[in-house]
Design a protein around this ligand. Structure first.
Ligand code: NAP
Length: 500
């Protein structure tokens, strides 16, 4: 479908354009980066490899445009976000297709991305009318305290490749809705669906030029400049803990607010009296959706010894039934891993875990796709007899890998679940909800889900990680306070008595 600017949003589109101050342009030195389809391993697009000068231009444009936008009435800012949501709905099928080509997303992954992204845009559209200041009584006679809530200024958004659409959206839409300008740097593995697509969709709205700027380029080249640009007031980063530590250090030095959503090593705890049908349904989805490349997917299954053998047997049978292959086949559930280095790293964890004494129940190998050299598809993998210190259990494996660890009592399950530097999400299946709640209460993470699996994100519910999983909170009012600041203006109505 052709957009208002006469461009369609498909692989045929020329994606070799940074988006700065409402204009598309090549990188200053004309360099590009190739985008590869992980299912076919074919080159599908070229995007600009931005230089530091391009980054500077993006921030200049953002800073120049922001002040006027901050004064736009709430209804106007709401309308723009609603126009953006409508554009996303119009281009739904093309976006799902782009996600399949760019990051190997199955039909389920594409539909889920659209649903979560729409939810975030919908929530963001409510923010302009909910940004309220306050009056606070004063201890000083004759003084009136007025507290305004103002946009921070320029919000930097750095996003990962795994769910690029909704992970960029959850920062971009609220930032603009609240009256900020944005500089968006998507992952080099998802420059279109995490970045350039946003420029195209905003072109179908009445957003003034300069408020959304997209710079594509390698984090290793331009990342430090993006994270530390003097015009940047907030750095909303989603990605690995390793890169996040660096980015938050640079942002902090620049006195910009770091809002960091980082890695996870999430536990799925199953007690002896849990409903195994439900626990295993959750386990299959939570481990294998989008090939396990989800920050909040199940990384470790922690299962009571009384049901351990049955759990392993049933999880293995279900894993073996999952349709595996190219993301372009509508039936595929488990598609390709994003690139060779991620694939090899996760297969290394599997190998190391087997060497350490675990049993490979199924998987542990790549799956050939017709006509593709060096396939990136990894078979759904179940490992039993796993101990918490084995490589597939103590690292964020980010793959379709299910290590199953036995426990004998609840204290031990909680200890294993918490034996990680991360604290992102998790899930608990127990005989009754009260027991599940009591265990959930003891699991040290930002999010825990009882009788479910850990992959949940609702735009109106706070989402955060603790420990090595992040700093700051996303979604709704919690994120609104990251991207706005309170300004105290006091009005002294009567002459004030000073001590001298
Ligand atoms: P990553 O390697 O940390 O990259 C994330 C983003 O940071 C990319 O845009 C990357 O750009 C950029 N970057 C790299 N070096 C940089 C630097 N020096 N300065 C500024 N930016 C830099 O993470 P990923 O592999 O894309 O994503 C997977 C990770 O994200 C996993 O650890 C996962 O758990 C985490 N994640 C967390 C959440 C959450 O909500 N907590 C959600 C999703 C994913 P390039 O691609 O160009 O290097």
């Amino acid at each position: 479908m052709v957009n208002h600017m006469g461009r369609d949003l498909s692989l045929e589109t020329d994606w070799n354009g940074l988006y700065i101050d409402g204009e598309r342009r090549e990188a200053a030195d004309g360099e590009t980066i190739a985008v590869e389809d992980p299912s076919t391993r074919e080159r599908i697009a070229e995007v600009p490899n931005a230089t530091r000068a391009d980054v500077d231009d993006a921030y200049e444009a953002a800073a120049a445009a922001q002040a006027e936008w901050a004064d736009a009435p709430p209804a106007r800012r709401q309308e723009v976000i609603e126009q953006f949501s409508a554009a996303l709905r119009r281009h739904r099928e093309e976006v799902i297709d782009l996600l399949a080509h760019e990051v190997g997303g199955s039909r389920t992954m594409g539909e889920t991305s659209i649903q979560i992204a729409s939810d975030h845009a919908g929530e963001a559209a409510t923010l302009p009318r909910r940004m309220k200041g306050e009056h606070v009584d004063s201890n000083i006679p004759g003084k009136e305290n007025v507290v305004q809530r103002n946009p921070k200024g320029v919000v930097t958004v750095i996003s990962p490749w795994n769910f690029p659409l909704n992970l960029s959206m959850r920062a971009v839409a609220p930032a603009i809705a609240a009256g900020n300008a944005v500089v968006l740097k998507p992952s080099t593995n998802s420059p279109i669906t995490g970045g350039l697509l946003f420029a195209e969709l905003f072109e179908e709205t009445d957003l003034p030029d300069g408020l959304i700027n997209v710079v594509t380029g390698r984090g290793s080249d331009i990342g430090d400049r993006v994270a530390g640009h003097p015009h940047s007031d907030v750095v909303a980063f989603t990605g690995s803990t390793e890169v996040g530590r660096r980015v938050s250090g640079i942002a902090g030095e620049n006195l910009a607010i770091p809002a960091m959503e980082l890695g996870g090593n999430n536990a799925h705890v199953v007690t002896g009296d849990a409903d195994l049908d439900r626990a295993i349904d959750g386990a299959v989805f939570g481990s294998f959706v989008h090939q396990g490349q989800v920050c909040i997917s199940i990384n470790r299954h922690i299962v009571h010894e009384s049901v351990y053998d049955e759990y392993v047997e049933r999880l293995t049978a279900r894993a073996e039934e999952l349709p595996v292959g190219s993301a372009h086949d509508d039936d595929t559930v488990v598609g390709p891993i994003i690139d060779e280095s991620q694939r090899d790293e996760m297969l290394g964890y599997v190998e190391g875990t087997i060497e350490a004494g675990a049993t490979l129940e199924t998987g542990g190998h790549t799956v050939d796709i017709d006509g593709v050299d060096d396939s990136l598809v990894v078979a759904p993998t179940v490992l039993s007899d796993v101990t918490p210190d084995m490589p597939a259990a103590c690292n964020e494996h980010f793959g379709p890998i299910a290590p199953v660890i036995p426990f004998s009592d609840v204290d031990e399950a909680v200890e294993i679940a918490n034996d990680t530097e991360y604290g992102l999400s998790g899930s608990v299946h127990a005989g009754d909800v009260g027991t599940g709640m009591a265990i959930a209460d003891r699991i040290e993470t930002g999010n825990v889900h009882v009788n479910d699996q850990p992959i949940n994100d609702e735009a109106h519910v706070p989402f955060s990680g603790i420990g090595a999983s992040g700093v700051g909170t996303y979604n709704s009012d919690a994120f609104l306070s990251e991207i706005t600041e309170a300004k105290w203006i006091s009005l002294q109505h009567e002459p004030r008595e000073y001590p001298f």
